[in-house]
Design a protein around this ligand. Structure first.
Ligand SMILES: *Cc1c(COP(=O)(O)O)cnc(C)c1O
Length: 303
């Protein structure tokens, strides 16, 4: 059996300086931490959020990974790939009725051995209920059940470990996309004094969100910068796709319309609006996961 650390290429992580005239003019440095480079499938933050769950499955000698997600979920396909590489079985509970044709993401997951079950939207909501999870555990006694998106305390601890792969102290601001908030929570717990985590939600509903750690527990602070949701989860008007193409032309960095496209757009606009002080040293986390782009037509993105 492989070690959890050996199923991806952690040495491939880099921090790349991005040359962006709006940033330079404002006296701001912007680096991108390329977590997307660790693997094409167990990409970006997904491996980090999974790592301690994977260690747990191995140490408990369980045989199956079980988790939840949508038809284009970066998390689901990452779970399938991690299981396959570690010699484990995997089960995915997928949101929505079984479609006539599987999405490319689900096809890949199935090819890697994942057993797919489909739950309609109402049933899927129950996957967060304790009673439902208890029932599920009874049916899958040799499985470790991983919350959707790799959330939960083990996911937060895993996301915090992102900071061990970079000199995070160099930066005044660390920017990340926000889906469940697990990555933002993890990064916040890894901050140093005075450092700010800027989390850009990719869906609405974070108005009253509270981080897992209380302010007195962590040295840094969390700021939620909303307004770049583009209408909601996975919504992708032309303006966003256009920006992603421009960003790729200018930086050579690919992004996806669900997460990092909105993040890079949000950072650019926030710099333009003068909301980062001059002299800021910003680290943007490229959290990987380009699955959503596979739902687009062929000519919509240039990468
Ligand atoms: C899942 C995912 C996120 C969201 O992370 P959370 O911890 O759920 O906030 C961000 N970026 C990418 C590329 C993802 O796949």
């Amino acid at each position: 059996m492989q070690r959890t650390e050996d199923i991806v290429e952690l040495n491939a992580i880099t921090a790349e300086a991005v040359v962006l005239p709006v940033a330079t003019n404002a006296g701001i440095c912007l680096d991108v931490m390329r977590l997307d480079k660790i693997d094409a499938v167990i990409s970006g933050n997904k491996w980090f959020k999974l790592r301690y769950y994977l260690n747990e499955v191995i140490s408990l000698r369980r045989k199956t990974l079980l988790s939840f997600g949508g038809a284009y979920s970066n998390h689901i396909v990452a779970v399938a790939a991690a299981a396959s590489r570690l010699g484990l079985a995997s089960v995915g509970y997928i949101r929505g009725e079984k479609p006539a044709a599987l999405s490319p993401t689900l096809r890949d997951a199935e090819e890697m051995g994942m057993l797919l079950h489909f739950l309609n939207r109402k049933e899927f909501q129950r996957t967060e209920d304790a009673a439902f999870l208890k029932e599920l555990a009874k049916h899958h006694q040799d499985a470790c059940i991983i919350p959707a998106g790799g959330a939960g305390p083990a996911g937060i601890r895993g996301a915090a470990s992102i900071a061990q792969y970079i000199d995070m102290q160099k930066y005044t601001h660390v920017c990340c996309a926000m889906g469940t908030g697990t990555m933002a929570n993890g990064l916040l717990s890894a901050t140093s004094q005075g450092q700010k985590i800027c989390a850009f939600p990719v869906l609405k509903g974070f108005e009253n969100w509270q981080p897992a750690a209380t302010a007195s527990d962590v040295p840094g602070t969390l700021q939620i910068i909303s307004g770049f949701e583009f209408g909601g989860y996975a919504k992708h008007p032309d303006r966003l796709l256009q920006f992603m193409n421009e960003w790729y032309t200018n930086t050579g960095i690919p992004s996806d319309f669900v997460y990092t496209g909105k993040l890079f757009y949000g950072i650019t606009e926030t710099i333009k609006a003068g909301r980062f002080p001059g002299g800021s040293r910003i680290l943007a986390i490229h959290s990987g996961g380009l699955q959503g782009n596979r739902s687009l037509g062929k000519d919509q993105l240039i990468f």
